[in-house]
Structures are given as structure tokens and as C-alpha cells.
Write a new protein. Structure first.
Length: 266
């Protein structure tokens, strides 16, 4: 199924004020991703850095601290997130831009680094995204990103699968689908996988967290009105059956980390 971008923008805009309170995983992944940033940017002039899918702007000050001479462009599809980020993050000289990652408002070869943590999984057309990333990157520039794989929230998908036949959980791309979409001019410096398993005392802790993050089912054509009492009862029973030996409710996140570099012109 395709991603409903309007639903993505609206959901995350509404979640802007609650997002940071429950985004521990997102912060941990972002900090891990920052360890994969290049120490220096290849630029003969003032370098340009983009935080693609910046959300609440949590990493904006950290990127500016890492590259103090760079122009920083914070980009997100959700206007509500951008408004919140601009009010909450004091970053001198940063630019806040509402834009679609698949149609970036930047000139060819204008970016020396694109940082993106847990955002591009919400894009509809990944090959088109990669073409756009390649277009705006300068030769030698890098796309440093973290995204989610198809085994994310596998427990949630399993539980709903025992309750009805509809799609309730977001569907993400495999590693092969990510790598096969690369234009010839992008080389793979790094691509690795990490499984993170969060644990909750009760199922409500997980479902409330997903709601406060704004990470609802974003599939286009999602069936609605299908979570009646009996279906929900079956879903809860199926999830309860997956409790771990320590009594906790698990939620698995499959995280891909990548560093793609645009080949320098000969």
C-alpha cells in the first residue's frame, strides 16, 4: 500500500507538543546516527547541511554544534512540527522549511550533507526520493540516515493478523528495496541493521506512545471503522500471548543505518 502523505503531515502536526515526551527511541537512534557523520564537510565555500524530516528540531542544535560554519536547513512535511521546532529550538541562522522530501526546494548540488533520522520511511516513492537526494547533493556530499525496516512492530502486526484481515500496521521497505533504488552516482559507504526491542508493562503503554508520537497507520486506503469490540478483544489477547519471560510486552523496531555518498566528478 502507498503512504498517505496528507495523513502523515496531519498526524505529526497534531503530535508536535507530545512527541518529545515519548520519543526516547527516536532520540537514541538519532544519537547513534550522529556517530556516523563525517568529521569534516567537503566544501570550498560555506557548506550547507539539511536535517530532512527534522520533526521537533531536537537534532538541529547538535548539527549546528557539529558544523558551526554551515548553513542549516531544517525540512519537514508537517507544518505543525516546524512551528513547534522553531519556537523551541534556539538555533542562530537556521532555516525552517515545510517541504516534501520527494520534491525538495533546493538547487542541484547545493547540499554537502543531508542528515535524516527516522523520517524517510514515511515517503511514498523511495526511488524518487533517492533521485532527489542525488540531485541536491554536491559531489562528495553524504546522505546519512536512519530508517525503519519491515520487521518493525512485528508483534503488533502478528496480533492484528489474528484479529482480522485488514492492514493496521505501517509497511516499510526491506534492505534490498533500499539498496536497489540507488542512482548510479550514489555509492554505499555504510548500510547496517539494528534490532531494538522496547518493553512495556501493559499493551496500553505501547498504543498510547504510538498515538503521542503521531505514528499511526499511514497506509493509503486504510480501512476504517474496523476495530469493533470483538476485533479489539482478539487483538489484545493475541498480543498478550506474546509477553516475554519477564512479563513485559515487547515492541520490536528494525532500524537501518545508511551512509550514501555522491561520487565526485572526475
Amino acid at each position: 500500500m502507498l503512504i498517505d502523505k496528507q495523513k502523515v503531515a496531519s498526524s505529526f502536526s497534531r503530535a508536535a507538543v507530545t512527541y518529545d515526551s515519548v520519543a526516547e527511541l527516536q532520540r537514541d537512534v538519532g544519537h547513534t546516527l550522529m556517530q556516523r557523520l563525517p568529521k569534516e564537510l567537503r566544501s570550498s565555500a560555506e557548506p550547507c547541511v539539511m536535517d530532512l524530516g527534522c520533526g521537533t528540531g531536537f537534532f538541529s542544535p547538535k548539527l549546528k554544534q557539529t558544523y558551526p560554519t554551515a548553513q542549516l536547513f531544517n525540512v519537514d512535511l508537517a507544518l505543525g512540527m516546524l512551528r513547534y521546532a522553531r519556537e523551541q529550538r534556539a538555533v542562530t541562522g537556521a532555516h525552517w522549511i515545510c517541504a516534501d522530501a520527494e520534491h525538495l526546494p533546493f538547487a542541484k548540488g547545493s547540499m554537502h550533507l543531508i542528515f535524516s533520522s527516522l523520517a524517510i520511511q514515511w515517503c511514498e516513492d523511495f526511488p524518487a526520493l533517492m533521485q532527489e537526494i542525488e540531485r541536491v547533493l554536491a559531489p562528495g556530499g553524504q546522505f546519512v540516515f536512519a530508517t525503519l525496516g519491515p520487521n518493525t512492530l512485528c508483534e503488533l502486526r502478528t496480533a492484528w493478523g489474528q484479529a482480522d484481515r485488514y492492514t493496521h500496521v505501517n509497511q516499510f521497505l526491506s534492505s534490498d528495496e533500499h539498496l536497489s533504488a540507488l542512482p548510479d552516482s550514489l555509492s554505499v559507504n555504510l548500510f547496517e541493521e539494528e534490532l531494538r526491542v522496547l518493553r512495556y508493562p501493559q499493551l496500553k503503554g505501547l498504543t498510547d506512545e504510538l498515538k503521542r508520537l503521531g505514528a499511526h497507520n499511514m497506509n493509503a486506503g486504510q480501512q476504517i471503522g474496523l476495530t469493533g469490540r470483538e476485533r479489539v478483544k482478539r487483538f489484545k489477547a493475541a498480543y498478550e500471548a506474546q509477553r516475554l519471560s519477564d512479563g513485559s510486552i515487547p515492541a520490536t523496531y528494525q532500524v537501518f543505518y545508511g551512509v550514501f555518498e555522491k561520487r565526485s566528478m572526475e
